[in-house]
Structures are given as structure tokens and as C-alpha cells.
Design a protein around this ligand. Structure first.
Ligand SMILES: [Zn+2]
Length: 336
């Protein structure tokens, strides 16, 4: 009977209503002529199109349902986000205008933080436009600091509290959780995000100029554009393989955040030196910290949720280099 779930794989979600216990499946399966028919009925039963009458059929459905419970489809990100924002008395269109393609792209790449638990404050915007906006938000949300080694890192209080617990647990096992690249591992301001953007954007322009994929005129124009437009044009160029990440092989957004958009600005991110250790990742997850930005390996986001609850919170898991990333469950139709 173990092959039943696979055969019915595409239909196994909506079978809650059909549960009747099994008593004599062995007798049925002993008769090979009946096997095909039984499987057909089981599949039909699982999609709810047939009213099951045989005991053996519904028992199989029961088993499959248990599997489905453990392997649920993640909820749609935008639906969960709309509900989460409603509780915070705002709407998606307020934080991220639907007409702003860049803002929407950023929401879908970095948006997990908007689903964090109520003990923290996500940003009121997908993209902060200047330092003043960032300062106002950071002061309202509040943050605490901690000295780790020689580095003073700052996070929202609940995120810090859980990081401290995770560190204590790691240290009990002779492991550690330490900031990567000093204080920048945690809170950053607006200017930090602009500087880091330029650290990818500028060398990539030089490279693509040298490669002949961009000409001097294009490069000069790109450098002089206002930041928001610069981001939009970079994402457009990336559609044709002109990438701006550090290794020039993927989108710049998987390498560094667009100016004014980082989860570090939200004070809900921490870059971990020990990210390669699976036990460290496990401990971080236990305390509500998850990898949520695809391919940004050292980067953890504070959600304050249990890992088993992430799918119903609109996140789906993606494996990269043997590590699990929890990303917004959306279909990237027009984005590379
Ligand atoms: Zn980071």
C-alpha cells in the first residue's frame, strides 16, 4: 500500500472528508485483478469525486491524508501578508505600491521579514528613500546593543533576546554564533546600504564595460541616475545576463540589498560567521532565526516563528548548497 500516495500525488490535498477505516485490504490486494480498480477508486476518492463505500479504500485515504498533513502546500505569500499587515493596520499597497516594479521585486525577495511575529516591528515601507526616514523608523522600533568580541551589534530587542539565547545554547555545545564583518552584521543605516550597493554596482559596471557588453555612454548614464532608477535599470540589465552580484553570476539582490531596502535597516537581520555549521543553523532556527534571502548564505532573518509554521505563514523552503532557505511563496513570472 505504500505506493498509493505517489500514484495519487497530484490529488492528495483535498481529501479531508473521505475517512473510513480499513479492515480487509490484504484480501483485496491478494486478488491481482482488483488492484488496478482499487487504486483507481482510491485516487477518485481522494479528489472527492466518488463516495467511497469499501473499507479498504478509505483506510488508504486515511494514510495518505496523514502524509498530506505533514507535507502541506505553503500558503500564498500575498494572502498571508495582507492579513499580517491588516493586523498592523496597514495594507500592501501602502508599504509597496503595486505600480512600483522594483518595490514589488524587493518585497518578493526580502519580504519574509514582514511576516515576523508581533514582538517586532517590520518597516512601514519596502524601500526607504533617505536617512531621515530610516532614523525615524529605527527610533520608533527601538533597538538594543550587544558586544560580541570587539563588535557592537544592534537589533530590535526581541530579535536580540533570541539571538542571545541562541548563542548561549551554541556555547553550551562548544560552538559559537558571531557577527560576520563586524557591526555591519546587524543594524545598518541608509548610507551603509548605499555604500554597499555601490561596492557591487561600480565594479560590475567596469567589468561589463571591459567585456564590451556596455559602452562608455551607457556606463556614464547609469552612474549618474537617481538611485531608484539605477536599481530599476540594473534589474532590467540582469534580465539579459548582465549581472551585478559580487561574482557577476547572479542578481545583485542576492549579493547586496538595493539602497534603503535591507533587512539590516529593519534591524531584523544578522550575518553569522558560523553559517556553514548545520547545528548552528538548527539552533538559530529554534530561536526564530532563518535564512530567508536566497543565496545570501550568512544572512539570517528574525521571524520569531516555529519552523513548522513557516509554510502556513506564506513561506516555502528552497535548498541551496544543502541549506534551507525560507522565501516568499510567489511565482516569479517576469523576473529572472
Ligand atoms: Zn545580511
Amino acid at each position: 500500500m505504500f505506493f498509493v500516495p505517489k500514484i495519487c500525488d497530484t490529488n492528495r490535498k483535498r481529501s479531508r472528508a473521505n475517512t473510513i477505516p480499513l479492515s480487509s485490504s490484504l484480501f483485496v490486494l491478494a486478488n491481482l485483478k482488483l488492484v488496478g480498480f482499487a487504486l483507481l477508486l482510491i485516487c477518485l476518492t481522494l479528489v472527492g469525486t466518488v463516495s467511497a463505500s469499501g473499507d479498504e479504500i478509505t483506510s488508504a485515504a486515511h494514510m495518505t491524508l496523514a502524509d498530506a498533513e505533514n507535507d502541506k502546500e505553503p500558503a500564498p505569500f500575498y494572502e498571508v501578508l495582507a492579513k499580517a499587515l491588516k493586523k498592523r493596520k496597514t495594507r500592501i499597497d501602502n508599504i509597496c505600491p503595486p505600480s512600483d516594479v522594483v518595490a514589488r521585486r524587493i518585497l518578493e525577495d526580502y519580504g519574509a521579514m514582514f511576516l515576523a511575529n508581533k514582538k517586532v516591528t517590520p518597516p512601514p515601507l519596502c524601500i526607504f528613500m533617505n536617512e531621515e526616514q530610516v532614523t525615524r523608523f529605527q527610533e520608533a522600533a527601538g533597538f538594543t546593543s550587544l558586544l560580541i568580541g570587539f563588535d557592537e551589534v544592534e537589533l530590535q530587542p526581541e530579535a536580540m533576546k533570541q539571538l542571545v539565547k541562541a548563542r548561549e545554547e551554541a556555547q553550551k555545545e562548544a560552538l559559537d554564533i558571531t557577527p560576520r564583518d563586524g557591526a555591519e552584521a546587524a543594524r545598518r543605516n541608509y548610507d551603509d546600504s548605499v555604500r554597499l550597493w555601490n561596492s557591487r554596482f561600480s565594479p560590475a559596471l567596469d567589468y561589463w564595460l571591459a567585456q564590451g557588453r556596455l559602452n562608455v555612454e551607457q556606463v556614464t548614464r547609469l552612474r549618474s541616475l537617481p538611485l531608484q532608477q539605477q536599481v530599476a535599470e540594473v534589474l532590467e540589465l540582469e534580465k539579459s545576463g548582465i549581472y551585478f552580484s559580487k561574482d557577476l553570476s547572479k542578481s545583485i539582490l542576492y549579493s547586496i540589498a538595493a539602497p534603503g531596502t535591507s533587512q539590516h535597516i529593519a534591524m531584523l537581520a544578522f550575518d553569522v560567521n558560523e553559517f556553514e555549521n548545520p547545528r548552528v543553523r538548527e539552533i538559530m532556527a529554534k530561536h526564530g532565526w532563518f535564512q530567508t534571502v536566497l543565496s545570501d548564505l550568512p544572512h539570517f532573518t528574525f521571524l520569531g516563528l516555529k519552523e513548522k509554521d513557516l509554510p502556513k505563514n506564506g513561506l516555502r523552503s528552497v535548498e541551496v548548497n544543502g541549506q534551507t532557505f525560507w522565501v516568499p511563496n510567489v511565482i516569479h513570472a517576469a523576473v529572472p
